[in-house]
Design a protein around this ligand. Structure first.
Ligand code: NAP
Length: 257
């Protein structure tokens, strides 16, 4: 019960890493506010938590739309009276080298992946400042540190999230708010399954190549990242502030041959 008496708001918790983290946080005693774009997926996550004896509610909002996020935070606070952990997890892919990236794709990925961290933080932080307590986890990616082919806008957003994390930490350290970032390598989720199908002529070959670029020789699982999120959310990581936490099978710092 590493999150006993805590309330956690997780964005994009209808699928993949967000969903797995929501289930794990609930198992560890947290009351979970499940946010997602999809009514169906978000409801399913909250129901699964409740079926296993945990406590959760689903609140729909698009993390890139200010009034929706403001309303989400208001409703969450009305229900539970506190938010101890904010996990800014929601994100979307964007495939293409810079010259192949349309203005529309650029704006969409920037909006969800960066504004989608800015807005929930903006509305939750005053509450955490008042309580002089809080923990924020921002979803970056190891792509913030390494170049990968045809991921221009996506990489730009994840680099920005890492920079924002450090800046946020400096601003809110005196309020006893910790802000850290997760930097996963490639994790097998619907997000990756989808971009494999849409970006490569031969998805199986692409999958094998992705496996090779991680020293682990395989993709990570959503559980691998959820456990790292649990560590950051719990008091066990109380001395981690403004830090990037890599969960990448060696993709960032290792190189075979
Ligand atoms: P996923 O399975 O696609 O889950 C992402 C969730 O975010 C989906 O449920 C999606 O809802 C939701 N979402 C998207 N846009 C949203 C919005 N505007 N407002 C609210 N929710 C929204 O992806 P994942 O692989 O778990 O990725 C989660 C995070 O980890 C992302 O930030 C991603 O960039 C990051 N990450 C993933 C990997 C990886 O290899 N999988 C590696 C590094 C970092 P809908 O399904 O309704 O669109």
């Amino acid at each position: 019960m590493r999150l006993k008496n805590k309330v956690a708001l997780i964005t994009g918790a209808g699928s993949g890493i967000g969903k797995t983290t929501a289930l794990l946080f609930a198992k560890e005693g947290a009351r979970v506010i499940v946010n997602d774009l999809s009514e169906q997926h978000g409801t399913e996550t909250a129901e699964e938590i409740c079926e296993h004896g945990g406590e959760a509610i689903f609140l729909r909002a698009d993390v890139s739309v200010s009034p929706e996020v403001e309303d989400l935070v208001k409703r969450a606070l009305a229900r539970y009276g506190q938010i101890d952990v904010l996990f800014n997890n929601a994100g979307i892919a964007g495939v293409g080298a810079l010259h192949e990236t349309s203005d529309e794709l650029w704006d969409r990925v920037m909006n969800v992946n960066i504004k989608g961290v800015f807005l929930p933080s903006k509305f939750v932080i005053p509450h955490m400042m008042e309580r002089k307590a809080g923990c924020i986890i921002n979803m970056s990616s190891c792509i913030a540190e390494i170049g990968l082919m045809r991921r221009a806008v996506y990489a730009a957003t994840k680099g920005a999230v890492l920079a924002l994390t450090k800046s946020m930490q400096v601003d809110y350290a005196t309020y006893n708010i910790r802000v850290n970032a997760l930097l996963p390598g490639t994790i097998l989720t619907p997000f990756v399954e989808d971009y494999l199908k849409t970006s490569y002529e031969n998805p199986d070959e692409a999958l094998q190549n992705i496996k090779k670029r991680q020293l682990s020789g395989d993709l990570g699982t959503p559980e691998d990242v959820a456990k790292a999120a649990l560590f950051l959310a719990s008091d066990e990581s109380k001395f981690m502030m403004g830090s990037p936490l890599y969960i990448d099978g060696g993709a960032t710092f290792g190189k075979m041959a």
